[in-house]
Design a protein around this ligand. Structure first.
Ligand SMILES: Nc1ncnc2c1ncn2[C@@H]1O[C@H](COP(=O)(O)OP(=O)(O)OP(=O)(O)O)[C@@H](O)[C@H]1O
Ligand SMILES: [Mg+2]
Length: 243
């Protein structure tokens, strides 16, 4: 449903993506992994249109989207949850979701309850100000907000970064439930163990280029790829995980 073909991107004169090609099929959870600065966030930004592709094409459900404005891309069914979460602290949980749902042409009606159903921990706090939430709860809110627009594809940028293990599990459950509801997912995740526990297909990015594509079974069986592009620590984690 989503195809990036030889996508390049620049920040000013800095050439950051050097021909990224990847695809997400309907119903898949696809993980994009790689070291700091490899170009993971930029790849997501290029899909949603906040960073323009300077060359190459992005196709969603058969139509080119690479020259469109972010809100137009969102209205076609792609939701982006950025690294920094960006919740409105002075609004309640419910209001945050309602504002997002109203901003998206796809969702005229309020889908607050529907979005909250993904995260029971958040549902209990519907009236609470977003500023009073923990980091994990804010991440759930950022995802609930994205889900309120009923996207076909959700782009998640390091949703579990800096979160306690119980929160990581809640986010994981939310990701799996989203997929069950028919949302395809492109997940950028530094927690490789978590990525392995949800991902169907893995793309490894290094210095703005995709250097590996494999299924979960394939990447687990390729410790050299993990060691070279994700680090020795991750390779050891996987070795432990396999025992
Ligand atoms: N706004 C910007 N202006 C200039 N350079 C940028 C900007 N944002 C990112 N970069 C550079 O582009 C490259 C890719 O950054 P990107 O944020 O896509 O990496 P990432 O894989 O998401 O890394 P991280 O794991 O640290 O989030 C890096 O070298 C980064 O320094
Ligand atoms: Mg990033």
């Amino acid at each position: 449903m989503l195809v990036l073909d030889d996508v390049h991107a620049h920040y000013g004169t800095a050439h950051v993506l050097h021909g990224v090609s990847l695809r997400v099929e309907r119903g898949q959870i696809v993980c994009l992994v790689g070291r700091n600065g490899a170009g993971k966030s930029t790849s997501l930004k290029t899909i949603i249109g906040v960073v323009p592709a300077s060359a190459g094409t992005v196709t969603f459900r058969g139509n080119r989207i690479d020259a469109l404005a972010p809100h137009t891309i969102a209205s076609k069914g792609i939701a982006w949850v950025p690294e920094d979460r960006r919740v409105f602290g002075s609004l309640s949980v419910e209001e945050n979701i309602r504002v997002a749902a109203q901003a998206t042409a796809r969702s005229g009606t309020h889908r607050v309850a529907e979005a909250l159903a993904f995260f029971p921990d958040l549902a209990e706090r519907a009236k609470q100000l977003a500023a009073s939430l923990s980091g994990g709860q804010q991440q759930m809110l950022a995802m609930a907000r994205a889900l309120a627009s009923r996207p076909e594809l959700m782009l998640l940028d390091e949703p579990t970064e800096g979160l306690a293990p119980s929160m990581v599990q809640a986010i994981r459950t939310g990701i799996l439930q989203s997929r069950e509801q028919g949302v395809s997912i492109l997940l950028v995740e530094q927690n490789f163990r978590l990525a392995l526990s949800v991902g169907d297909v893995f793309f490894v990015i290094s210095r703005g280029r995709i250097v590996y594509r494999g299924t979960r079974a394939e990447i687990v069986a390729a410790p050299d790829v993990i060691r070279d592009h994700l680090g020795l620590g991750q390779a050891k984690e996987i070795a432990k995980w396999q025992e």
